[in-house]
Design a protein around this ligand. Sequence first.
Ligand SMILES: [Zn+2]
Length: 411
Amino acid sequence: MRETDWTKVLGWPGYRVYQHEINEPTKRLKLWVRRKRGNRKLVCSGWGRKLADAYDTYEREVRDLPCFEFRTTVVVELYRVRCPDCGVKTEKVPQLPSKAPFRKRFEEAVGLACESAAVRRVARQFGLVPSTVRALDLRYLKRWAGGRRKPALRQMGVDEIYLGKRQKFLTVVSNLQTGEPLWFGAERKKETLDEFFQKELSAFQRSAIQAACLDMWEPFRQSLEEWLPECRIVYDKFHILQHAAKAVDEVRRAEFFRKGGAARELVKGKRWLLLSSWVHLDRRKRQQLNALFALNRRILKAYLLKESLGQLWNYTYEGAMLRYLQSWIDQLRWQRLKPMEKLARMLLDHLEGILNYCRMKVPLGVIEAVNGNIKALLRRGRGYRDMTYLLLKAQRLAATKTEFLVLQKAA
Ligand SMILES: [Zn+2]
């Protein structure tokens, strides 16, 4: 193969291969490239000034995509320029996006691989160490984020994710219309959300937000009231049903301690069954639950209440929604289900925000999907110390897997 053929195979615009070396035992290919004749336009890497003359030359060796079984590196001849703005500076080369020893398309291949596989696996696949893969992926994501326009924020979601004993909570702000996380904040205080409004949005951007979907968490409500007095708060269905599931679990636990013997055995291990929705259970699991209900009417009642609460969001008229909620609360009378009564009080305390669902249509299930995506990333990555990286990762996931979101909405 002649050097002109290598030039064609390599494909480095404006450059030609002038030397190559094949090491068969180690399966390595090395190509030396320099500018083609006539390609003499130099750009300073500082502020992008165009220059005609070179100051001196130097060489850089970078990894490129493998050629069949051969790990390929390219030694590229580069120029330095004497720039009126910056002094002596390296030239800007589109194929070399960073100081790291990789060609752009190699970084893109690694970044793309990171979208569907864990860092460790990608590292093994490309023969890199995990820390290099992470740094590379971060650059890839930053380039992607830098090159796109962000849609306006009109409906926002606020949620929190529990990270663990040490880091505690992560506050997640998302765009409900695009299903994309926008910002992460440490902890879940009023100050956390204040920081988002203050640092991330202009007064104009804040005024464009019409609705905010969130959990019944007082600090977030206070922050919203202060920063977006015009914005409608809509309490999220997913979170309210989570509170209902928690109440069922409290009933279950109380019964577990009250009863002994066989009944106790039956209650044991039914936690997840009780938290699941009836429509999501198969026949065998429904039978298991029915056996439990036959023995304990109290748990049955709590479970039915949890299941029927979800229908509250089938109503589109305030009056009808309110009537349904009232009849739901009426069913609690004489039942002595303390956790359910507590939930009812909580719903009444947040009535405006629940009824706002009828006044302001917000997509349901988006917060849940965003939350789920981030949790999936955390599970896969194990220990994101860099929250910027996690955020970019989650944004990219939302942008590439929009069909996942649509499915969630339809469900
Ligand atoms: Zn310059």
